[in-house]
Design a protein around this ligand. Structure first.
Ligand code: IVH
Length: 673
């Protein structure tokens, strides 16, 4: 075969193999046997070896996986990858609809597109000139990991999209860049086979298909990914290709060459049709070849969806309508107490291992003493446990009729199981706490938290090493981490020179930290990642946060009384202040949050009252914050503007009295420009 003939044959083979990929993975049709298809692939492979100049990036032979990587690169998502709020009941779906209706003009009628909620992991794919260019995991929603090489091994992901069916004006746009989102998952049969192989190779089995899919995508060696049968379902078209509805987006995805669930998904003119779909899918669920954990319901009209915007990390216009948690029965063999980062004691039921929702469960949380009393659960009891999504399994009910009389009641210990200090239960709280601030376990958990991904993110400094550092008295608290050097680490067990140097380098790098992460890392009770961000945006420096009074904190929109109390207690505690001082002494540099736009609103405090003509309260608050302003809930002498809508209530009069400037939504929007 000469060069010209080879080129032609390669083109033809590529096209034909891709057509079978599309038939199989998108249309669920199989025209030729696997063996015949393999034979075509083999011929293509042979030809490409002979004429490597004709190997194209979208050739089916490029799916085998390349050289192992040293690490994943980070990729910033163009648009954040959000998540969904969950509900389990139809009444909650009705609440969702009513909440949305309130935010929309009366004349808008809501219709929906309902689809399967695949149990895998979210991925985003970017195509340039129609060829698969890069793919990433969700990561923290803003920045994910570049897993392109691994994604290339998944046959259900087209290496080249079909742009020919788009109107010509849109083809150009799509060629420039096309972004598609969806779920990587594993079929039930492929999951079972994988676990069999794991067992044969004396490797640990995967607890559930989601873990298996995630573990396979996060492989530095793409040959391993290629050996695991992963699959893909598209559910989101990020690029605007003229889709007016969510349904149209799915149809376009399908035309582009993705499996987009269009046969199982359904347009629903109203919520009762959604309920019917949810019921029907529930019946089919077990016979589907893959796992689903619910259905996703999107407001079909794209404009309405966008208009509703985002609250927290989830769009208002979509929701996960999940199936109830799966349950199983087992026996409580023991109840033990764990001491957490905040010093709280959590009773944990140690169970006879049992399979629930595709994974083996050996422990379940009992939350606290009141919960144990409410359930009247005893050691030796047969109990019903349940698991919902990612939530830690919990005990739902003790089956008292099955008791033999040998069961033992459990009492909360009066002494901390770790350090022996007195255990206390504060007024108004359900949890018991170890009273010793330096309790070893408490301290340990605090350090784990401090270096964790969302906090200081010190790579390589995992729990095992922290345990060793504590045991060898190399650190007593988190501030000591920054004083470590390689000679401290090298003598430790299993420590090579290189890994010691890597950790010290990671520690050095971590010294520069954003204020939000720093606040989160402090492990203040009730202060999670979101609250830390709010505090950082509000106070902008740690000094200002430290000086804030309970009232200052309580005035902030997002912060309730309990959280405000916890923060002000933290900064009044002598130990916390000493720790802060030590951290700063160690050279920690805290970066102030960026103000994205400098506007007339920057640094100004706004209070909103009444109903605004177009923005919801949340939207107005977000816009204010984005422009560097602060959104407070109550008026004070510090308020710069009261934004008044319809029916403004008593705040209006109060603002007049205080001499606070009163503005309309229109004026607000001008200020934010
Ligand atoms: S839409 C706003 N549709 O569920 C986020 N998500 O709980 C866009 N998922 O992270 C999600 N099937 O990984 C959507 N048909 C589907 C889905 C789906 C599974 C996952 C996805 C997402 C998570 C949200």
């Amino acid at each position: 075969m000469d060069k010209k003939e080879a080129k032609l044959r390669i083109e033809k083979l590529k096209k034909e193999i891709n057509r079978h990929r599309y038939l199989y993975h998108v249309l669920d049709k199989q025209e030729i046997s696997d063996a015949a298809l393999d034979s075509l692939k083999h011929e293509l492979d042979q030809l490409e070896r002979k004429f490597p100049e004709f190997i194209a990036p979208d050739s089916p032979t490029q799916r085998v996986g390349g050289k192992p990587l040293a690490e994943f690169k980070k990729i910033q998502h163009k648009l954040p990858m959000l998540s969904l709020n969950d509900v389990f009941l139809f009444t909650e779906m009705q609440d969702w609809e009513n909440r949305n209706k309130k935010l929309l003009p009366k004349e808008i009628k809501l219709d929906y597109y309902a689809e399967l909620k695949m149990d895998g992991l979210a991925i985003t794919l970017v195509y340039k000139q129609g060829i698969f260019w890069k793919g990433a995991t969700r990561g923290n929603g803003k920045v994910g990991e570049d897993v392109t090489e691994n994604l290339k091994t998944i046959e259900a992901i087209p290496l080249q999209v079909n742009l020919a069916d788009l109107p010509s004006s849109l083809q150009k746009k799509a060629e420039e860049e096309l972004e598609v989102r969806g779920e990587v998952f594993m079929k039930k049969t492929d999951f079972d086979k994988l676990n069999e192989i794991q067992k044969e190779n004396e490797q640990p089995e995967f607890a559930n298909p989601r873990n298996a899919a995630a573990g396979s995508i996060r492989q530095l060696d793409s040959k391993i990914t290629a050996s695991r049968k992963l699959n893909f379902m598209a559910y989101g078209l990020v690029t605007d290709l003229g889709q007016k509805t969510h349904q149209e987006a799915h149809e376009i995805l399908q035309k582009l060459g993705f499996r987009a669930g269009t046969k199982l998904n359904q347009y629903c003119p109203d919520l009762s049709a959604v309920e019917q779909y949810h019921n029907e899918v529930s019946k089919k669920r077990n016979s589907l070849p893959f796992w689903i954990d619910g259905v996703v319901v999107n407001i079909n009209d794209q404009k309405t969806f966008e208009r509703l915007g985002v609250v927290g990390k989830a769009p208002r216009g979509a929701i996960a309508y999940k199936y109830p948690a799966e349950q199983a029965t087992t026996v409580v063999e023991d109840i033990q107490v764990q001491v957490g980062r905040t010093g709280a004691l959590t009773p944990v039921a140690h169970l006879r291992p049992v399979r629930v929702a595709g994974s083996t469960v050996a422990r379940a949380t009992l939350h606290n003493e009141d919960e144990i009393k409410r359930l009247d659960v005893r050691i030796g009891d047969t109990v019903i446990i349940q698991k919902a999504g990612d939530i830690i399994p919990e005990v739902v009910k003790a089956l008292s009729k099955l008791r033999t009389g040998q069961e033992k009641k459990f009492n909360m210990p009066v002494q901390c199981p770790i350090c022996g200090s007195k255990v206390v239960r504060r007024k108004g709280e359900v949890a018991h706490y170890c009273s010793n601030k330096n309790c070893f376990a408490v301290q340990k958990e605090k350090i784990y938290h401090f270096v964790s991904k969302k906090a200081f993110d010190i790579e390589g400094l995992g729990p095992k090493i922290i345990d060793q550092l504590l045991e060898n008295n190399l650190i007593k608290d988190v501030s000591d981490i920054f004083g470590l050097n390689t000679s401290d680490l090298e003598p430790l067990e299993r420590f090579a020179e290189k890994s010691a140097a890597n950790i010290i380098e990671a520690v050095e790098k971590a010294k520069k930290i954003s204020l939000a992460r720093f606040i989160y890392a402090l492990g203040i009770r009730h202060v999670g990642e979101e609250t830390a961000i709010d505090l950082a945006n509000h106070f902008r420096t740690i000094g200002r946060l430290q000086k804030a009074s309970f009232d200052d904190l309580n005035r902030i929109y997002e912060i309730g009384e309990v959280v405000a109390r916890s923060i002000s207690d933290f900064f009044q505690d002598k130990h916390s202040l000493q720790l802060l001082a030590r951290l700063l002494d160690q050279g920690i540099k805290i970066k102030e949050p960026e103000v994205r736009k400098k506007t007339e609103a920057s640094g100004k405090t706004f209070v909103i009252t009444g109903t605004l003509p177009s923005l919801s309260r949340e939207e107005a608050k977000t816009k204010i914050r984005e422009a560097g302003g602060k959104a407070a809930s109550s008026l004070s002498l510090n308020t710069d503007f009261l934004v008044a809508g319809d029916n403004p209530g008593s705040k209006y009069e109060k603002a007049k009295k205080l001499g606070v400037k009163i503005i309309s939504e229109k004026e607000l929007l001008n200020l934010l420009k």
